[in-house]
Design a protein around this ligand. Structure first.
Ligand SMILES: [Mn+2]
Length: 314
């Protein structure tokens, strides 16, 4: 952490980026850090080739994020990459030969330590927690705008403090953020209870597709391309699927241009990161992802997954 704060203090102009398809943790951490750094007189800005998803546009300063502003400006002294496990997934376009240091701040176990400085805290429930501590060590005084961003980061990555990654310090940090006076019930409603009816109807259709395997311990939803284009974010349908009483593991398969994407979730007993690694994927013990490159046969992908999980679940 000292190396990180030292580099930040030495830099006047700082670019911030995150993983592609940014979620609440990526966006909340980036915006919170940007606002915090500005408070100590830094020129801080976000580089991204991704648009901000609609549900996160309530966050302050999202209008500054433009998907055509993905490269660092001239005279930028350092780039901070947040919540991103590997160099291929970075949303901003960084030429490492031109910018030094690249500071990698993350909480994924699978982080490949691609930065010049790497601060990877796998105990943190969200990158937002790390950003909170970083801003504290830079003596940034929290305000409601920063708190809104970091609170969003934490609740999206912990499923509102439900996931096992939540710790006592997660709650302590959330408490400090609430002390700034943020309307936290509104943040929860804005993120989790703010769906157009057509989306809920789409979830209904996808739930019709759930299939159970391995003594009902594995649930699979395989989504075709037609539904794929309607659904911009899988996380909610996956958490609905995880509510099925008998299952230990939920898998969500989706056809994409370069293959089949699989998201895995585990309730308790199965380490789905280990399962994902068998297929070249990665992530956390309770949530992981796989891309089966150049595979376009969903049935075949399902069978391969069932085969591997059979050893775990039966
Ligand atoms: Mn995260």
């Amino acid at each position: 952490m000292n190396k990180v704060t030292e580099s930040i203090l030495k830099s006047d102009s700082i670019a911030i980026t995150y993983h592609q398809s940014p979620d609440g943790d990526a966006l909340g951490s980036a915006l919170g850090l940007m606002l915090g750094l500005r408070k100590i007189g830094k020129e801080a800005y976000i580089i991204s080739r991704d648009k901000v998803p609609g549900i996160y546009r309530f966050l302050p300063n999202t209008e500054e994020i433009k998907e055509n502003a993905s490269c660092p400006k001239k005279n930028t002294h350092c780039v901070i990459v947040l919540d991103c496990g590997n160099v291929e997934r970075i949303s901003g376009k960084i030429d490492k030969s031109k910018i030094n240091p690249v500071i990698n701040i993350d909480h994924h176990i699978s982080n490949s330590k691609y930065g010049d400085i790497n601060y990877v805290d796998t105990m943190a429930s969200a990158t937002g927690e790390i950003v909170y501590n970083l801003l504290k060590s830079l003596d940034v005084v929290m305000d409601t705008d920063i708190a809104k961003c970091l609170y969003t980061a934490i609740i999206t990555d912990t499923g509102s403090f439900k996931y096992s990654s939540t710790t006592a310090s997660t709650h302590l940090i959330a408490g400090e953020l609430i002390k700034t006076g943020i309307d936290f019930p509104l943040i929860h409603r804005t993120i989790f209870e703010n769906k157009p009816l057509r989306k809920l109807k789409l979830y209904g259709k996808l739930l019709e597709k759930v299939e159970l395997f391995l003594n009902d311990k594995l649930a699979i939803i395989a989504m075709d391309k037609e539904h794929s284009t309607l659904l911009e974010d899988n996380s909610e349908i996956i958490s609905l699927q995880m509510q099925i009483d008998t299952i230990e593991v939920g898998a969500f398969l989706k056809e994409v241009d370069d293959g089949i994407k699989i998201s895995l979730r585990s309730k308790d007993k199965v380490d789905v990161r280990a399962i994902a690694e068998i297929f070249g994927g990665g992530g956390h013990e309770k949530a992981s992802g796989i891309l089966l490159r150049d595979m376009h046969d969903i049935e075949k992908a399902k069978k391969a997954l069932i085969n591997v999980l059979e050893k775990e679940l039966i």
